[in-house]
Design a binder for this molecule. Structure first.
Ligand SMILES: Nc1nc2c(ncn2[C@@H]2O[C@H](COP(=O)(O)OP(=O)(O)OP(=O)(O)O)[C@@H](O)[C@H]2O)c(=O)[nH]1
Ligand SMILES: C[S@@+](CC[C@H](N)C(=O)[O-])C[C@H]1O[C@@H](n2cnc3c(N)ncnc32)[C@H](O)[C@@H]1O
Ligand code: SF4
Ligand code: SF4
Length: 385
């Protein structure tokens, strides 16, 4: 049951009006004598309108809790030029033989199918997506897909300054860069490789090329970098960055333990002690991050609170791993191989039925951090975030 083109258009217009509202664009002006409406009220009014009047979303991408999955994360590679402690074991991970990884054609075939069904945002991840030799070409081909509004990349930033001009020309619209410390020696310790200055160069290149905001992902770990929270916040005074502090999450081989996790509340307290004027901002309904700003600063800070306050209720994300598995939840170990079905010659309808069944089995929420830490899952590098 493919979504109708007109209803897709309507949905998109309405969604974009919700987005423009949540991103701080002007809201409806009050009539003379009426109280002015806050951005949050306006956002909630537009969402209500969207729920009531927008045409149905693809049934295959809608789960039993009514969540509509319009955001697809595709892992382009299992390899990486860094070895971050929180993501992978020092000795590396067993890699899938090349013949079992998705080819570029297979990635594009799947992307086309998902976009046809209503996915309007694709994020390329990895491993490190910018080490895939044809990444620029993949972005260019995705850019041709009608209905795809956002093409994003999450990168460690090492190859970014060099590749970003080409990626931008190819159609890359959003960029998230991982950086966990502002101290070069600590960088080497956390990621077990050199490259701090290249990442900084990548961040400045993204700003120079007009990406706004440039999101900086910072995984906060006790004893490692929680003492740098205020320095990261200070960075947003003069730069149009969205620094996103991420709670440390458990994955296979990353030695997670509760004591190393710094919770959202604790981070917020630390920042509020220095900047009591920190102000909450509205955000998109399905955002992974809670956003804040210090009045007068160019940038903002956010918190990705997967562990202490999950956001599963508004989840709109599906994942395809580099070896072609559809993973409906970051913390769920149930996967289905789209690669095998594709290679066996499955038709679009058959693929959609398989995708729909997997989405239908998606759980309401993740199992809680202590259960997750005991569960079998992939190492993060083989998922892609
Ligand atoms: N729990 C949970 N965490 C997620 C999910 N998607 C992304 N993250 C985590 O959020 C952090 C930042 O991920 P990004 O790759 O920048 O993606 P994003 O947060 O969706 O980025 P935007 O599209 O810019 O909102 C990483 O630690 C991801 O693992 C999700 O669906 N569930
Ligand atoms: C797995 S990486 C892949 C993309 C790219 N290599 C990068 O580092 O940006 C995607 C995101 O997941 C985050 N991440 C990795 N391991 C994590 C963990 N244990 N807890 C929270 N976030 C994690 C990274 O910081 C990064 O922002
Ligand atoms: S977080 Fe990204 S850069 Fe770091 S090891 Fe994992 S995939 Fe590589
Ligand atoms: S943990 Fe799973 S259900 Fe929750 S937001 Fe992440 S992907 Fe979605």
């Amino acid at each position: 049951m493919a979504a109708q083109p007109v209803s897709r258009m309507l949905r998109r217009v309405l969604r974009s009006s919700v987005r423009s509202c949540s991103s701080g664009a002007p809201v409806t002006q009050p009539r003379p004598g009426e109280p002015s409406q806050s951005a949050a009220e306006e956002l909630s009014r537009r969402r209500q309108f969207l729920r009531e009047f927008a045409a149905p979303f693809s049934a295959f991408l809608t789960d039993r809790f009514g969540r509509q999955h319009s955001y697809l994360r595709i892992s382009l590679t299992e390899k990486c030029n860094l070895r971050c402690q929180y993501c992978m074991p020092e000795e590396g991970v067993p890699l899938t033989p090349k013949t079992d990884l998705l080819t570029t054609e297979e990635i594009l075939t799947l992307a086309r199918l998902f976009v046809k069904e209503g996915v309007d945002k694709i994020r390329l991840t990895g491993g490190e997506p910018l080490i895939r030799p044809d990444v620029v070409d993949i972005v260019a081909q995705l850019h041709q897909l009608e209905g795809l509004r956002t093409i994003g990349v999450t990168t460690n930033g090492i190859n970014l300054a060099r590749l970003l001009p080409q990626l931008q020309k190819a159609g890359l619209s959003a960029i998230n860069i991982s950086l966990d410390t502002l101290v070069p020696a600590k960088f080497e310790f956390i990621v077990r490789r050199k490259g701090f200055h290249k990442v900084m160069e990548g961040i400045h290149k993204a700003i120079e090329l007009g990406y706004s905001p440039v999101k900086v992902n910072c995984v906060v770990m006790r004893g490692l970098n929680e003492d740098e929270l205020l320095d990261f916040v200070a960075l947003t005074e003069g730069l149009p960055l969205d620094v996103r502090f991420i709670e440390y999450m458990p994955f296979d081989g990353n030695k997670w333990n509760f004591k190393k996790m710094v919770s959202y509340k604790e981070m917020l307290d630390t920042i509020r002690q220095q900047w009591p004027e920190l102000e909450k901002l509205p955000e998109e309904e399905s955002s992974t991050a809670k956003a804040f700003k210090i009045p007068g600063f160019r940038g903002q800070v956010s918190f990705i609170t997967s562990m202490s306050e999950h956001f599963c209720g508004t989840c709109n994300r599906l994942r395809i791993t580099a070896d072609g598995n559809l993973k409906v939840c970051l913390f769920g170990n149930s996967e289905v191989s789209l690669r095998d079905h594709l290679r066996a010659g499955a038709s679009e309808e058959e693929l959609l039925r398989i995708i729909g069944a997997a989405v239908g089995r998606k759980k309401r929420q993740h199992a809680g951090m202590f259960s997750i830490s005991q569960m079998k899952n992939r190492p993060m590098i083989l998922i892609g975030g």
